[in-house]
Design a protein around this ligand. Structure first.
Ligand code: PSZ
Length: 284
């Protein structure tokens, strides 16, 4: 049976939820989802850095260094003999008598992590999928990876009910990101994505794709674009951990480009695949 990390120990996976854990009552905590390819976490340092940043932004002090946390996560992957899948890790502010204000400094954050075996989505990645447009009703600190995901869950549900893979969010006219991924569009051979400000989560996959695009000689514009510009784009795709890159062929009733995965999208899918295939080689 699969095991979990509970603070500093790897234990049998069981019910460790305390009813006064602030994650449970307030969504007061942060998390990361890390892709595991060929038994090795991909871009683990980047995920640990983002966790550190999220912690700082909500004024949560991590009980251990991210170097130590990284070791524990690697140990968990190896204990569970995870080959292909994800690590889910969350840090809550801790367990305390329910009050909105933060508990005193002697209350320690609670760390939990588990792994999940997951098949790669190469099929959708090759074929593409549909997305729907949903108004972005989230708060104004979407750059923090917090446990408060109700608006994201509601948006994703709307996607699922419309046979779509994602809900692309917009604040008024401006496209921000999607319910659980970043959104990109291609127009006249150039790549566009929302700047990494407080309106989006700066995805680890997003950052890597911007790097890969530059290496491929594709012009990258971290600029806002409107819903109309999205619908008139030559190519649209979304990116996230483990989902990697999914071509979006249709948004609501509008067909994007020629309705097939575009050239730049396919180049980036290819470059990203190379990246995680190299992830195996560096394992030895
Ligand atoms: O397994 C899944 O379906 C996952 S794993 C990570 C996500 C979904 N989503 C991360 C995410 C997000 O929740 C929002 C609102 N924006 C962007 C992203 C992409 O971030 P990275 O690339 O770091 O996973």
């Amino acid at each position: 049976m699969s095991k979990m990390l509970f603070n500093t120990e790897i234990i049998e996976r069981n019910n460790v939820v305390n009813i006064e854990d602030r994650a449970y009552q307030f969504g007061d905590g942060i998390y990361e989802v890390i892709g595991v390819y060929n038994g090795k976490p991909l871009m683990l340092d980047e995920h640990m850095q983002r966790l550190e940043r999220s912690a700082r932004e909500i004024r949560l002090t991590l009980p251990e260094s991210t170097a130590k946390l990284k070791k524990r996560l690697e140990q968990l992957v190896s204990t569970n003999e995870l080959h292909e899948g994800i690590i889910y890790m969350q840090v809550s502010r801790g367990v305390a008598s329910r009050e909105h204000y933060f508990p005193s400094a002697d209350v320690s954050p609670v760390i939990v992590a588990y792994t999940r075996e997951e098949e790669r989505m190469t099929d959708v990645e090759d074929k593409g999928a549909k997305a729907v447009l949903v108004e972005d009703i989230r708060w104004l600190r979407c750059d923090i990876k917090t446990l408060n995901l109700l608006p994201n869950a509601m948006a994703k549900q709307e996607a699922v009910e419309n046979d779509a893979i994602e809900a692309i969010l917009h604040r008024g006219n401006i496209v921000t990101e999607a319910s659980a991924s970043n959104v990109f569009m291609v127009k006249n051979g150039e790549l566009y994505t929302h700047p990494a400000d407080n309106y989006i989560l700066n995805g680890i996959t997003r950052r890597k794709l911007l790097e890969l695009a530059s290496e491929l000689g594709i012009n990258v514009n971290e600029q806002t674009f409107t819903v109309d510009e999205l619908l008139a784009a030559d190519e649209v795709f979304v990116s996230a951990t483990k989902l990697d890159i999914i071509p979006v062929l249709q948004v609501d009733d509008s067909i994007i480009g020629n309705g097939q995965p575009g050239n730049i999208t396919r180049q980036l899918i290819h470059a990203f695949r190379n990246l995680y295939e190299q992830n195996t080689e560096s394992r030895a």
